[in-house]
Design a binder for this molecule. Structure first.
Ligand SMILES: NC(=O)c1ccc[n+]([C@@H]2O[C@H](COP(=O)([O-])OP(=O)(O)OC[C@H]3O[C@@H](n4cnc5c(N)ncnc54)[C@H](OP(=O)(O)O)[C@@H]3O)[C@@H](O)[C@H]2O)c1
Length: 169
């Protein structure tokens, strides 16, 4: 199965503060929705709480947690107590790609396994950030596409949609 990471990060690789995002970029939310629609998404328990402890519609939601009985599982919402279990759930449901959507604890474990990284680079700095991702290692991943987006009245910062792929071994 293809393992894809989806992340938005500032120039310093900041991804959050107080269990929330640091910016409002409606076009990035649209990009995220289009990319993941109909697909399985995997998130850490804290990220799940940050989106209101409800599954994102139209997708198979898998939440990584070591707690039991955190929520009632449904056909849209599953708990997994480890990455392997999460991958197995998506494979068992017949999917060929899994999107790992954060947060930092999960990125740390998943990027070493990832085939692809969809990175929205927010061209700004946030001195109050409290959560970061590791920098993408250019010896392991190569940039295969990059689309620059300007700031406008709805987007306070310019940003860039980048796709990184694992280099062949
Ligand atoms: N900018 C972005 O693209 C983006 C995307 C997503 C999130 N974020 C931000 O990231 C922050 C949250 O990240 P975070 O690092 O604090 O938390 P997180 O990665 O969302 O969740 C951490 C939790 O996941 C569970 N977990 C992690 N690894 C596990 C494993 N191997 N097995 C079982 N459970 C595991 C644990 O839950 P239990 O404690 O329940 O066991 C752990 O406490 C927020 O600020 C959020 O807004 C940013």
């Amino acid at each position: 199965m293809i393992i894809s990471v989806v992340v938005a990060a500032s120039n310093e690789n900041a991804i959050g503060k107080d269990n929330q995002l640091l910016w409002k970029l409606p076009n990035d939310l649209k990009f995220f929705k289009n990319l993941t629609w109909g697909m399985p998404i995997l998130m850490g328990r804290k990220t799940f709480e940050s989106i209101g402890s409800k599954p994102l519609p139209g997708r198979m939601n898998i939440v990584l947690t070591r707690q039991t009985n955190l929520f009632i599982e449904t056909t849209q919402l599953y708990a997994a107590d480890g990455l392997e279990k999460a991958l197995a759930l998506a494979v068992h449901a017949g999917y060929k790609e899994l999107f790992i959507i954060g947060g930092s604890e999960l990125y740390k474990q998943a990027i070493p396994l990832a085939d692809k990284i969809y990175l929205t680079r927010v061209d700004a700095s946030f001195s109050d950030a409290d959560t970061f991702m590791d920098a993408i290692d250019p010896t392991i991943f190569q940039l295969v596409s990059s689309e620059q987006m300007p700031k406008d009245e709805k987007h306070l910062y310019p940003y860039r949609f980048e796709t990184w792929e694992r280099k062949p071994a």
